[in-house]
Design a protein around this ligand. Structure first.
Ligand code: ATP
Ligand code: MG
Length: 386
């Protein structure tokens, strides 16, 4: 039935001089989300974006993809027709018949919007006219302007669009409207959720994964790659970096106390992340830390870890319970992948009794036994873009 999808954006962030660039970014996101569909055209008409496909069977799949793109507020499957009053009414009746077969409709109203003022009939008059024709075609329905079972919307722009359904989406802000950040993406449950939440606010994200090959498997890599792909359905292309942290772990194991491993390793992770971010124009880091969840996420641990860098760290799940994070992971579709058993580097080298209240002074003394600069350069040279 439908041959196009009409896409509406949130107005708040689309006002003013940035409108054009946001619309452009959103159009790019939509194009990316639909990359697997052939013969799709995306175009603009009077403040709305439309997605047209030559293959009507693809429509449901296209709608499901578009629902996930941040920055879209509402989508309406629509019938695109010529701007000819007779054809419009004929198609409106056809749509009505189609909807009536699917659901019990007793009342309706027609709502016409005339964006193109050269169209010869005024909105109110056209709604009345179309309503009358529908009443004639379906004698068992009546008009109810206040609380109708369905609303037939006729949107007259360069072309005319007839619709009735308004599908709400995940919302958010268009990617790229709010800066860029680097997500520390492990294979766990929390960091993909954290990335999702920040990307939803319009932040373009890149991701960084630390492994300790050959102590971590190729399958752990695949898992992180898969998580990145799931996130890409919402936030468009994500550049995924990987770094082998093995030399850092070896050095820590050799020169420092076991219970300090996590804190020391995380200080290295932060420094490397900061360096990658700085070199690639990314303004902040993002982690999936949740206060008190594990030893390295107590306030004291966070203070000591973050003391190693200057760049601010966004922690959107900081105040969430594990169960809340898990629910969110299920909702966005990362959970099933996150719970696959392949370990990331931290679990391989995790101490049996990590420090819960590390003291900065003694951590600095331990770190003094390592050649920090040299180690960072060494592991940095393993940087890859996956
Ligand atoms: P997650 O479920 O995201 O793995 P976690 O509960 O296991 O988190 P930690 O292992 O303490 O917690 O990690 C805290 C945060 O540090 C993670 O959410 C992630 O942002 C980052 N992080 C941890 N391990 C890695 C890794 N191997 N590569 C990249 N980032 C990591
Ligand atoms: Mg983890």
């Amino acid at each position: 039935m439908y041959n196009v999808v009409a896409v509406s954006f949130g107005e708040i962030f689309l006002k003013g001089k940035n409108r054009g660039s946001f619309e452009h970014k959103l159009t790019e996101q939509i194009r990316y989300a639909l990359k697997e569909y052939k013969d799709v055209s995306i175009y603009k008409e009077l403040g709305k974006v439309f997605i047209q496909t030559k293959h009507i069977d693809d429509m449901d799949g296209i709608i499901n993809k578009i629902k996930k793109v941040f920055g879209i507020v509402v989508i309406s499957p629509s019938i695109k027709v010529e701007k000819d009053p007779e054809i419009i009414i004929e198609k409106a009746i056809e749509l009505f018949r189609y909807l009536k077969e699917k659901q019990n409709i007793k009342t309706f109203k027609v709502n016409t919007k005339r964006g193109d003022k050269t169209f010869p009939v005024k909105s109110m008059d056209f709604s009345a006219l179309a309503g009358e024709k529908i009443l004639n075609a379906f004698p068992d329905v009546t008009v109810d302007v206040h609380n109708p079972d369905i609303e037939v919307m006729i949107d007259i722009k360069k072309n005319c669009y007839i619709s009735s359904e308004r599908i709400t989406t995940v919302g958010g802000m268009p990617i790229g409207s709010c800066g860029k950040a680097l997500l520390l993406l492990s294979g766990g449950i929390d960091s993909p959720v954290a990335g999702y939440m920040i990307a939803k606010r319009g932040v373009e994200i890149s991701a960084l994964y630390f492994h300790t090959y050959p102590f971590t498997s190729e399958r752990a890599n695949e898992k992180v790659k898969r998580l990145k792909e799931i996130l890409e359905e919402y936030c468009g292309k994500i550049k995924l970096y990987s770094v082998n942290l093995l030399d850092v772990h070896k050095a820590i194991k050799e020169h420092c106390r076991e219970e300090e491993t996590t804190i020391l390793a995380r200080r290295f992770m932060m420094r490397i992340a900061e360096r990658i971010a700085e070199e690639n124009g990314l303004e902040m880091l993002i982690t999936g830390e949740s206060l008190g969840q594990v030893a390295s996420q107590t306030m004291k641990s966070m203070i000591v870890i973050e003391n190693s860098i200057e760049m601010p760290i966004l922690k959107p799940v900081i105040g969430m319970d594990k169960t809340e994070i898990m629910d969110k992971a299920k909702e966005i579709g990362t959970y099933e992948t996150s719970i696959l058993p392949y370990d990331d580097c931290c679990s391989v080298f995790a101490p049996s009794h990590p420090l819960i209240n590390p003291k900065l002074d003694s951590i600095l003394i331990s770190e003094g036994r390592l050649n920090v600069e040299e180690l960072i350069n060494k592991v940095y040279s393993t940087l890859e873009v996956i």
